[in-house]
Write a protein that binds this ligand. Sequence first.
Ligand SMILES: Cc1cc2nc3c(=O)[nH]c(=O)nc-3n(C[C@H](O)[C@H](O)[C@H](O)COP(=O)(O)OP(=O)(O)OC[C@H]3O[C@@H](n4cnc5c(N)ncnc54)[C@H](O)[C@@H]3O)c2cc1C
Length: 380
Amino acid sequence: MYWGRDTLDTDRGSDELVRQVESIAATAGAAAQRETVTEILATGVLDPVLAPTTNLAHPSETFCDALTAIARHSVELAEAVQVQALCANTIRRHATASLWSELGPGMREGRSLAVSCLSERNSGSDLSAVELSAVREGDTYRLNGHKNWVAHAVAASELIVYARTRDAGIGGITAFVVPANAPGVEVSEPSAHLQGIAIPVSSIGFRDVAVPADRILGRRDRGGLVTDILSTQGRLGLAACAIGVGTAALERALRFAKSHRRFGQPIIEYQSVGFTLADMATGLRAAQQLLSHACATFDRDPAGATLVCAQAKLFATDTAARVTGEAVEILGASAYLPGERVEMWMRQAKLLQTLQGTNRIQRLTIAARLDAAVAAHRGE
Ligand SMILES: Cc1cc2nc3c(=O)[nH]c(=O)nc-3n(C[C@H](O)[C@H](O)[C@H](O)COP(=O)(O)OP(=O)(O)OC[C@H]3O[C@@H](n4cnc5c(N)ncnc54)[C@H](O)[C@@H]3O)c2cc1C
């Protein structure tokens, strides 16, 4: 494997899992079809995330390797698997035991998909600005409002919805698990103008949607705490997707540079092209090492991994954006030919910088922990 890590073979079954999901993704091609997502989930790819007590020595890294392998063929497919992992893990950690036992098996095997509904017209980076309201009526809450930018919503059967239950900024947000077929939920068709990035995104209307109180995740008014998985495991997953798409772009650019001739020789023989490819490969290797370290930190101490998960997401997605951009430049006009995917990868890599906390937000997270960052650098 290009991005391969040395420890992979020490995990019983993990290398086989990665090969299995990669072969499904390679056969399926680019489209994140519902059936392909289900087929991948049916391999048990979420087990390292959902059952970290499995006998794997490196559960998070195993899952990230699987995502990277999928993203090398289809970043949209990897992103769909990543969203499912994020949502399933959020429900596992924060739902009641009975709700998890009702939803968990279907989510794990891919029979039901869940999505995360956080963004609104006035709330993207800033969760405290959520306006969608949830008003208590006995044992039920009534949800009213709108969510935007919900990826894969058309295929979802459960929605994790962040709603306002009290007028107190971040201290008044509650997270609910809402069945997508509940009366009053209206999921729009995916935005046509976003087809260029191949991730289906919908807006969702909530009109008087009744949700039982036992579908609250965590505690009422404490929805901000439920986003912990998004800030750690979610960021690891996005970094893994970025390394996959970056690797695809590097492989494509390398093939092209070896075969494309100008001024009488393959362009890879020009030092500026060769050096560019060298920098691309080095950046990806460094991103992989940082991700590997972040995964190990998360497996050891999830609550203490926020800093390094933000660093891994920031570095891997910035690297992927640079690497895919360089790949487009190496292909020249050929990057824009029909059927050539490198230009699409550039747009997707750019998108990964925005998802799950823009990279400016990652920098805010890191800046707030600079003492810890310096201590980590000293090996303390
Ligand atoms: C394809 C796609 C799929 C998506 N999927 C989902 C999904 O499934 N669920 C979901 O809930 N959302 C989803 N989103 C939304 C995504 O999470 C948001 O776009 C992202 O959180 C940024 O929010 P925003 O676009 O509103 O940007 P804003 O928050 O408006 O930010 C605009 C700019 O200001 C910067 N900025 C904001 N605040 C600060 C600050 N304090 N300091 C410095 N800079 C700041 C940002 O970094 C950014 O550069 C998706 C978006 C896309 C495009």
